[in-house]
Design a protein around this ligand. Structure first.
Ligand code: PMP
Length: 556
C-alpha cells in the first residue's frame, strides 16, 4: 500500500471505482440537495461538493450521457448556496469574525445557524424514471452511516462573496486559483476594519492608533511565523510577493556572496520569477545557471540533479509546487542534497502555501517565499522567510526609513532582521489582511484542505483523461491543484474563451513558465487550478464544456 503526500492511500487491489467512492465518503459531509427542495440548485454545487455523478455512479462517469455530467438546465439556476444547505450552517469565518481580529472594537457578523431541513431519502434531481442508468448503480451508504462532517465546502463557499455571482449568465466557476485566489469575508472585513479603526503608520508614533496598527502588523508577522513554523518572527520579512522576495535574495545575498564561476541550480519547472533574477545576477557576475531536468511526467530527476551539484554550487533555488504542471517536488530531499555540498537552498512556495501544510524547519530551507494573494490574502503583500543568522549577515538591498539604527552623513548602521529588509512604509493593511487569511485556512486546517483538494484533483484528472484528444501536461503522481492540458483541434485561448462563455474562469497561455511548457512541446496550455472552495460540480461544469467542444469540432 502506497501512502502519498496527502496521507491518503489506495489499498492494493482496491479497484479505482471503489477507492474514489471511499474518498467521496470521506468528504461527503452534507446531504445532497433533494430534487425540488432548493429549486435549480444541483447537488454537486449545493451539497457536499461531491458530484452526484461521483457518488452515485461509483465515479464511472459516462460523458456521452448528458445526465452523467452537469446538465445545463439545472446548473443555470444555481446561483448562490443557501445558508441552510450544509449541516450546522456555521461557516469557518463565523468564529474568526467574532473576535479573532485582535481588536476589541471589532465585532464581526455572526452567520445564521440553520439546520438541514430536508429528509435525506428524497429523490435527487439527477435521478428520475427516465434515467435508468443512474438508478442501476450500486447504492452508497446512507448519510447516517457516514462519519461526522470533517469539511463542508458549502460553508466555505459562503465565506467568499465573489463566488456568489453570475458571469455570462452562469454561476461563476473560479478555476484560476494558481493565478490568484478569492478572498473570504474575514479578510475583506479585516482590511476595512484596519482603515476604519486603526490606520496609522507603524513603529514610530506615540499615539493610540500607531499602537493599534503596530500591534496588528506585528501580530500578522507572528501569524506567518506560526503558519510556516519558523523559529522566530524575526525570520519573517514582509515584501510585495514571491517575485520581490526572490529578487531581494538575488540582489542582496547574491550580490554580496556570489562570485564569478559560482553556480546556481534551478529546476526546469520554475516560474520566470525564479529564473530571471538569477539570470540577471549570472550575467552581471559571471555565474553559471544550471537546470535540473524533469521526466515525461514532470518530476524532477534527482539523479541528474546529484550530477549537477558540486563544490561550485552556491545556491539551489526551486519550486515546491509547479505552477504550470502542479508537480510537487521532493523539496526536503533537494534541500538536503544542496546542503550536502555546502550550497544554500531557496524554496519557492508560491503554489504550495494554499494547498498543503508548510514547515520551513522540517524543510530546512534557507529561504522560503510566497505571495499573500495565492493564499486567500490580498495582493501586494508576500513573505520572505530566511534563517535569522543568514538574514542578519546579509546587507540590505534597499535603504530608507525603518531599516536603520543610526544615520549620519558619513555612515549608517542597520537594524537586525526583519526591519533591515523593510525600508520605507510597508503594505500595513494587506499584511494584516494576510494575517486574517492565515487565520482562515488555519481554522479549517491545512491537512484537511490538502486532502479535500487531492480528492478534487483525482476526480478531475480521471474525467479529463477520459476526453479523447485531450492531453494532460504534467502527470506526476505527486501533484497539487493544477491541471494543465491542450485539446486537439483548438488553440488554448479558444478553449479559455469557450469556458468563459459558460462562466468558467481558467488561465490559458504560458503561465510565466515557458521553459517547462516547451519541455513538453507546447507554447501554451489551458490551466484549470483548484482551491478549497471548488467542488466536483465546478469540475463537472468544466468537463461538460470540454466535451461539447470535442463533439462540435472533432479531432483534426
Ligand atoms: N512562483 C510561482 C511558482 C508562481 O506560481 C508565481 C505566481 N504565478 C510566482 C512565483 C510569482 O508570484 P507573484 O507574481 O505573486 O510575485
Amino acid at each position: 500500500m502506497n501512502t502519498d503526500t496527502f496521507g491518503l492511500s489506495q489499498p492494493d487491489g482496491l479497484p479505482d471505482e471503489r477507492w474514489l467512492q471511499e474518498l467521496a465518503n470521506k468528504f461527503f459531509t452534507s446531504p445532497p440537495v433533494p430534487m425540488g427542495a432548493v429549486e435549480g440548485i444541483p447537488a454537486s454545487v449545493a451539497g457536499s461538493g461531491i458530484s452526484p455523478s461521483a457518488v452515485h455512479q461509483g465515479n464511472s462517469v459516462d460523458l456521452e450521457d448528458p445526465m452523467t455530467s452537469l446538465p445545463d438546465p439545472h446548473f443555470a439556476g444555481a446561483g448562490h448556496v443557501p445558508a441552510s444547505v450544509a449541516g450546522s450552517g456555521r461557516s469557518p469565518s463565523a468564529d474568526q469574525m467574532a473576535g479573532s481580529v485582535g481588536s476589541e472594537a471589532f465585532s464581526g457578523v455572526q452567520r445564521p445557524t440553520e439546520q438541514w431541513p430536508f429528509s435525506t431519502d428524497a429523490a435527487f434531481y439527477f435521478i428520475s424514471e427516465k434515467n435508468a442508468f443512474v438508478r442501476s448503480q450500486p447504492a452508497l451508504p446512507t448519510h447516517a452511516a457516514l462519519p461526522a462532517a470533517p469539511y463542508d465546502v458549502n460553508l466555505v463557499r459562503k465565506d467568499f462573496p465573489i463566488l456568489q455571482q453570475y458571469v455570462n449568465g452562469r454561476p461563476l466557476v473560479w478555476l484560476d486559483n494558481a493565478a490568484t485566489t478569492q478572498k473570504p469575508q474575514p479578510v475583506i472585513d479585516r482590511i476595512s476594519h484596519y482603515y476604519e479603526q486603526e490606520n496609522s503608520n507603524i513603529h514610530r508614533a506615540a499615539h493610540e492608533l500607531a499602537a493599534r496598527s503596530t500591534d496588528a502588523f506585528e501580530g500578522a508577522r507572528d501569524k506567518v511565523r506560526h503558519f510556516l513554523n519558523a523559529s522566530s518572527s524575526n525570520e519573517i520579512v514582509f515584501v510585495r510577493g514571491a517575485t520581490e522576495a526572490i529578487n531581494l535574495v538575488a540582489k542582496s545575498w547574491g550580490e554580496q556572496f556570489l562570485q564569478s564561476g559560482d553556480e546556481i541550480i534551478v529546476s526546469h519547472l520554475e516560474h520566470h520569477a525564479n529564473i530571471v533574477p538569477w539570470q540577471q545576477l549570472a550575467g552581471a557576475k559571471g555565474l553559471k545557471l544550471k537546470v535540473i531536468p524533469v521526466d515525461d511526467e514532470g518530476q524532477v530527476l534527482l539523479d541528474a540533479y546529484s550530477r549537477l551539484l558540486g563544490p561550485r554550487t552556491k545556491l539551489v533555488s526551486f519550486t515546491q509546487v509547479s505552477n504550470a504542471l502542479g508537480t510537487i517536488t521532493p523539496a526536503s530531499k533537494i534541500v538536503e542534497m544542496a546542503h550536502a555540498v555546502g550550497a544554500k537552498a531557496l524554496v519557492d512556495g508560491a503554489q504550495a502555501v494554499s494547498h498543503m501544510p508548510v514547515d520551513v524547519r522540517a524543510l530546512d530551507a534557507d529561504w522560503y517565499v510566497f505571495s499573500g494573494h495565492k493564499v486567500f490574502g490580498p495582493t501586494g503583500i508576500g513573505v520572505l522567510y530566511g534563517k535569522e543568522d543568514l538574514l542578519n549577515e546579509t546587507a540590505p538591498w534597499q535603504g530608507g526609513g525603518n531599516m536603520i539604527k543610526d544615520v549620519t552623513f558619513e555612515h549608517t548602521t542597520y537594524q537586525q532582521a526583519p526591519a533591515r529588509f523593510e525600508a520605507g512604509t510597508g503594505n500595513i493593511a494587506d499584511a494584516i489582511g494576510l494575517g486574517a487569511a492565515i487565520d482562515y485556512v488555519t481554522r479549517i486546517g491545512m491537512d484537511l484542505i490538502s486532502q479535500y483538494e487531492h480528492y478534487l484533483l483525482q476526480y478531475a484528472t480521471r474525467l479529463l483523461t477520459d476526453i479523447p484528444g485531450l492531453r494532460l501536461i504534467g502527470t506526476a503522481p505527486d501533484k497539487a491543484g493544477v491541471l494543465s492540458f491542450v485539446l486537439d483541434g483548438y488553440r488554448t485561448e479558444e478553449v479559455g474563451a469557450a469556458l468563459n462563455q459558460s462562466g468558467i474562469a481558467v488561465r490559458s497561455g504560458h503561465h510565466c513558465a515557458q521553459p517547462i511548457l516547451r519541455r513538453f512541446g507546447v507554447e501554451s496550455s489551458v490551466r484549470p487550478s483548484l482551491a478549497l472552495y471548488n467542488t466536483c460540480g465546478d469540475i463537472d461544469a468544466l468537463i461538460a464544456v470540454l466535451h461539447r467542444l470535442r463533439t462540435t469540432r472533432p479531432r483534426l
